[in-house]
Ligand binder design. Structure first.
Ligand code: PEP
Length: 251
């Protein structure tokens, strides 16, 4: 059975005081949603602090180096993340692809580093606005998935979830409609089955990200192939994030 996942990507936001306040507020959630996997992705400098608090939320890193160690000033390795008890990592986010030129080679090295260090991966894929206009945009997405799967073993999928994040919807206030999202998620699951096998395709969580909020979350989460959400802006407001979690829990 695949898991439902709710994840908050804080990006490069919040001072330490603000981050503490947000963390305290979301940790007050009642625990009737134990069947959900709940993850926050704070900036690197706050990871250890929230890991030590051992709350309801798993803690993940927004990025990881493609290198294992050495003279790479400013980088953070998968082994370092593992050594502080970090469990998850985001790889392939469109902001990393676009602003930091992370292409397929770098991403597949990052995936390898994460898996070698037993980190669980949320791997993001998504089409740009221009690609969406293309009749064949579903095959653009399945190619992105293929670039991930071709270097992996079936067992690796126990540690991988996919986030479908249309680039045109991230941080823009534009959300893909539930029909658009279901169309993509269902086609990704079929593509995944061809690349792996039926069990792996059925067991891999595929979550949606892109301006998901308290107004649209219920209809997005009601789609049969949507297994949760990767939430950016709305995860910075405790009340909204908790409401989105409750909507997923009741879906
Ligand atoms: C994201 O950063 O992954 C994201 C989905 O952001 P937002 O919810 O703000 O669009």
């Amino acid at each position: 059975m695949r898991k439902k996942i709710i994840a908050g990507n804080w990006k490069m936001n919040l001072s330490l005081n603000e981050a503490n306040e947000l963390h305290e507020a979301i940790e007050k959630l009642n625990s009737s949603d134990n069947q959900l996997v709940k993850i926050i992705f704070p900036p690197f400098v706050y990871l250890d602090r929230f890991i030590q608090k051992k709350g309801h939320f798993n803690v993940g890193a927004q990025n990881v180096s493609q290198f294992s160690n050495g003279a790479y000033t400013g980088e953070i390795s998968a082994n370092m993340l593992k050594s502080i008890g970090c469990q998850y990592v985001l790889i392939g986010h469109s902001e990393r692809r676009e602003y930091f030129n992370e292409g397929d080679n770098i991403l597949s090295l990052k995936v390898k580093q994460a898996l070698q260090n037993s980190l669980k991966i949320i791997y993001c894929i998504g089409e740009t606005k221009d690609q969406r206009q293309n009749d064949d945009f579903l095959s653009i997405l399945s190619n992105q998935l293929n670039l991930l799967t071709e270097s992996l073993e079936i067992n690796d999928f126990e540690n991988i979830s996919i986030a479908y994040e249309p680039v045109w919807a991230i941080g823009t206030g534009l959300t893909a409609s539930p029909d658009q999202v279901e169309e993509v998620h269902a086609s990704l699951r079929i593509a995944l089955e061809k690349m792996t096998n039926k069990t792996t395709a059925l067991n891999t969580s595929i979550i949606y990200g892109g301006s998901c909020n308290t107004t649209n979350a219920e209809s997005l989460f009601s789609c049969p192939n949507v297994d949760g959400g990767l939430i950016g802006g709305a995860s910075l407001k405790a009340k909204d994030f908790l409401e989105i979690i409750a909507l997923l829990n009741n879906s």
